[in-house]
Write a protein that binds this ligand. Structure first.
Ligand SMILES: [Zn+2]
Ligand SMILES: [Zn+2]
Length: 856
């Protein structure tokens, strides 16, 4: 066996020394920008899922480079985030140290996979040079009304005296204090106005070459619905609340109002009333204790307030209920128990009035269909579909509501009460209010010396908090919230285009040359998070004049999971295979080949320990083929044809992400050349071998480089492709295989054998069926009927429609097939030590490409 590990090491050192894959702006060259989602550098290092993801991307990067593209293939680190902070709290390691050690380890591991990154463009988001620009973007958003502050609910641990992330709440308790119940607190928080772009985000999904599942998830997430916004006045107040409904025709039947429990208005309404403490308890129960199954039992409570129905002037009580979601409409629902089943059940449970306004049976359940309006004043007798428009018109005329489109997509809450993130660049002054940090004062640096023991480390850091107001110079207070780390990842791909720029976010020419990303590879789990946020950023940047395109990534490819023993590899399941262990034993090329070979990149890969060893043998075969001795030039024509067919197929396979198909084709040829290499002249062999190595280069770059592959992707010479020549040989090989098979099965040692070539009419019918688009058997039988062969014809059509592979790729003629066998008759006789007779036709079991065999 060759020492693969040593070869990999040699080439990695070489690539590293010269930053071999550095890319430069070159307007004359066609660019190709591809990247795998950048990782969170965890202390565990990269796992098999990462490795697969990066290699899928790397194969394409190398392939595109070989095809003359100016390829940008960078890597960076999404290095702010909770795990580092948790480690700081639990183990006392500073997040910066934790993170930077992890990054070092990650880079080492990525290099050992032989990934062709342009390392000169690398960055990490926890560095000032990067997050300065997060802050700059925030200020631009603030200036342009894309960032604003409002109240929202958060999880709070009284013992830690800090806000908890959702991941830090475990079954209603604090992750650090399993005896402490998490509370719900209302805080002023920062939001980005993603909803401003909801219509465009929805519309432009059409433009994207993304997996259908991801596009559908985004459509559902944004979820546009047409309806009416109805204004309900609050009793004893001038304030109105707006309620979205798709059924304004039932407005006369509203008997109560329901708020989502976390709606910010709820706390405002009950403040200082006898209901306050009960409501707080209920909200906490729903949001923390029953977070994941809040709709299981319909539950709610009256909050002591009433609203006024704008069309009937009736007073209706206000409830909160667990099944009302903040994401729906305005987070408030006008309840019509007679015509909505959920409201019906709720009303029955809490004894609320049910008022029917559309004809239909409501004895046992709500009537949700259409019908004539009743109990609806001047709209009585009107058809409910018409009433939708008529009542909306009435509301519009009287300033009581309007027709509208609503989106489920909410504005993005970016405030995090965490330390290990990018500080929000805002100062609070008693006189001036919210004051943005002046751009010249950026970055607002994250202080390193902080206390992780109690509360929010930024809040307890006086040096950080206490500042002078930039406007009036009096005492002021710095914002202590940091940004959601998804802010960092919303524009990181753009930073790669100009990663060293300290003057600007990025240079417009550079961004317009490299972006949008041509191919983005990552996990489906980001469909409704990162993959929406980065689209929002791109559109906002466009409107800020920073760039000239609408979408960040034209093509998205989502890779499948890596499983072992049928379940996804994970630490908790104890079924991890560490890619580094594999590399150390078998070399990076073996791992790369294996991961790309055993399943297509988008489907689940089932890890098999023995598979890696057989992959090693395959690669070894490629390696040792150099030593072939030349005996004749008998197979020159076939090999020339085969290698050119192969280039054609493999090119197509890679373009379509059918990497495993490509490798299967390549290995078929390796086996062929290995067997027949001695029957090929030296020039033809060398040419085919080099082309073979070159095509293998994106998959196993180290060994193919060692063996002298070319830098350019091989071109197809169509003149040399002769499928008939290739097929004739395959036809003969198959006959030999079939005879061996039959002898094995029947255990006959034949002294004579009869070989039947198919009837001549069948070649004709096969050729026609090959071109046929219809799959309708009775239609085809009629169309191709030959009276004298009707029975056989029906059976041929039947079996070919069921299994189209029964038609060979190349259909020869009866004469050619006969000749191939007859020319090789003596070889066959010698092989089996039996007399051979070749016969044309007269056997029902013979088909084009498949002879019938009788042993005697
Ligand atoms: Zn706690
Ligand atoms: Zn001030």
């Amino acid at each position: 066996m060759v020492d693969f590990v040593k070869i990999c090491d040699k080439w990695q050192k070489k690539w590293d020394k010269f930053n071999f894959f550095e890319s430069k702006l070159d307007l004359k060259k066609k660019k190709y920008f591809l990247l795998a989602m950048f990782p969170y550098p965890s202390a565990n290092g990269l796992h098999m899922g990462h490795a697969r993801n990066y290699i899928i991307c790397d194969v394409m990067a190398r392939y595109k480079r070989m095809n003359g593209f100016n390829v940008l293939h960078p890597m960076g680190f999404d290095s702010f985030g909770l795990p580092a902070e948790n480690a700081a709290i639990k183990e006392g390691i500073h997040p910066k140290k934790y993170t930077e050690n992890s990054i070092k380890n990650f880079i080492k591991q990525q290099k050992s996979l032989g990934l062709s990154y342009d390392w000169s463009r690398s960055f990490a988001t926890h560095k000032k040079e990067y997050y300065k620009w997060d802050q700059w973007i925030f200020l631009q958003f603030l200036k342009n009304d894309l960032a604003y502050r409002k109240k929202a609910l958060v999880n709070y641990c009284p013992k830690c005296s800090t806000v908890l992330a959702n991941e830090q709440v475990i079954q209603g308790k604090c992750w650090r204090h399993s005896d402490v119940n998490v509370e719900i607190k209302e805080l002023e928080q920062w939001f980005f106005m993603t909803t401003k772009y909801a219509p465009e985000l929805l519309r432009d999904i059409e433009k994207l070459d993304w997996p259908k599942t991801v596009k559908d998830m985004q459509r559902n997430w944004i979820n546009e619905s047409e309806g009416t916004l109805v204004n309900f006045r609050l009793k004893d107040s001038n304030e109105t609340i707006q309620i979205f409904t798709t059924r304004p025709d039932t407005l006369f039947g509203v008997t109560f109002i329901t708020f989502a429990p976390e709606h910010p208005k709820v706390m405002e309404l009950v403040k200082g009333t006898e209901y306050e403490s009960e409501v707080k308890k209920f909200v906490k129960k729903i949001l923390i204790d029953e977070k994941y199954d809040r709709e299981k039992n319909k539950e709610g409570m009256f909050i002591g307030k009433y609203a006024v129905n704008p069309i009937t002037n009736e007073e209706v009580p206000i409830y909160i209920a667990n099944f009302i979601l903040l994401e729906y409409g305005t987070g408030i629902v006008m309840a019509v128990p007679a015509h909505d089943q959920r409201d019906y059940e709720f009303a029955k449970k809490y004894g609320i009035r049910i008022k029917q306004v559309i004809e239909g049976d409501i004895k046992c359940r709500a009537y949700e269909g259409e019908g004539k309006l009743i109990n609806s004043g001047k709209f009585n007798g009107m058809d409910s579909l018409n009433a939708i428009d008529e009542i909306t018109n009435y509301l519009e005329k009287n300033n009581l509501g309007k027709k509208t489109k609503q989106y489920k997509l909410r504005d993005w809450l970016i405030s995090r009460q965490r330390y290990w993130g990018c500080p929000i660049p805002v100062i609070y002054c008693n006189k001036c209010g919210i004051v943005p940090v002046p751009e010249k004062d950026l970055p607002v640096a994250l202080p390193e010396k902080v206390n992780f023991k109690k509360g929010n480390p930024l809040k307890t850091n006086k040096k950080f908090v206490n500042v002078k107001c930039p406007k009036c110079n009096s005492k002021a207070r710095r914002e202590t919230d940091t940004m959601d780390t998804f802010v960092d990842s919303s524009w990181y791909l753009m930073r790669y285009c100009d990663s060293k720029n300290n003057e600007k976010l990025f240079d417009k020419n550079r961004i317009n040359y490299w972006m949008p990303v041509d191919l983005y590879i990552g996990g489906r789990e980001h469909s409704t998070g990162h993959l929406i946020y980065f689209r929002f950023f791109t559109k906002a940047f466009r409107d800020l004049g920073l760039l000239d395109f609408d979408e960040p990534a034209l093509k998205l490819y989502t890779q499948g999971d890596v499983n072992k023993n049928g379940i996804r590899m994970s630490k908790s399941k104890g079924n991890i295979v560490d890619p580094m262990d594999i590399i150390k034993e078998y070399g990076a090329d073996s791992l790369r080949f294996y991961l790309m070979f055993v399943s297509s990149p988008d489907s689940v890969l089932e890890w098999d320990d023995s598979g890696i060893k057989s992959v090693c043998n395959l690669i070894n075969k490629v390696y040792s083929m150099r030593k072939i001795k030349y005996e004749s030039s008998q197979k020159d024509r076939i090999v020339q044809s085969k290698i050119n067919s192969l280039i054609e197929k493999v090119t197509l396979n890679i373009e379509n992400f059918e990497y495993s198909k490509a490798l299967i084709e390549i290995m078929d040829f390796v086996n062929y050349l290995n067997k027949n290499g001695s029957l090929v002249s030296r020039d033809v062999f060398d040419d085919a071998y080099i082309k073979l190595l070159t095509m293998l280069n994106p998959f196993i770059p180290h060994i193919t480089s060692e063996l002298g592959c070319k830098k350019e992707w091989p071109k197809v010479d169509k003149k040399l492709i002769n499928r008939e020549v290739e097929f004739s040989e395959e036809f003969y090989d198959k006959i030999m295989l079939d005879i061996h098979e039959i002898i094995k099965l029947t255990k006959i040692t034949p002294s004579r054998m009869k070989l039947f070539v198919s009837d001549s009419w069948k070649y004709d019918i096969f050729r026609k069926l090959k071109e046929e688009s219809s799959r309708d058997i009775s239609f085809l039988v009629k169309k191709y009927m030959i009276k004298e062969h009707s029975r056989e014809l029906v059976s041929i059509i039947n079996s070919v429609i069921k299994n189209p592979k029964k038609i060979p790729e190349v259909i020869l003629s009866q004469e050619k097939e006969y000749r191939i066998i007859n020319d090789n008759k003596s070889l066959i006789e010698k092989e089996f030590n039996a007399k051979v007779e070749v016969i044309k036709g007269n056997n029902e079991k013979a088909y084009p490409g498949k002879i019938a065999i009788i042993l005697e």
